[in-house]
Design a protein. Structure first.
Length: 88
């Protein structure tokens, strides 16, 4: 599962050089372990990740938003394919 997350991020043009890379991998692993965590991301994804990395929940959210923007800029078609349904 770890390699899957890292492989997807690399495909989207996001590598280890990205400051929020490890945070993002952690959030994605938690979501993949239990997709129901996506129903309350702040409580079940952002808070545990912030605690594990000793930072603020807002930091987690900001890093994810930045990574998503970067991934869209790098490879929008792959983002659409990964989503599995039509995105704008």
């Amino acid at each position: 599962m770890i390699k899957d997350v890292e492989s997807i991020l690399r495909t989207l043009g996001v590598g280890r050089h990205y400051k929020g890379y490890e945070l993002t991998c952690h959030v994605l692993r938690l979501a993949m372990e239990d997709p129901s965590r996506l129903c309350n991301m702040k409580k079940y994804l952002f808070a545990p990740t912030a605690e594990a990395f000793g930072c603020d929940e807002r930091t987690i959210e900001r890093n994810l938003r930045t990574l998503i923007c970067r991934a869209w800029d790098n490879d929008a078609e792959t983002m659409r394919r990964i989503a599995g349904y039509r995105l704008l």
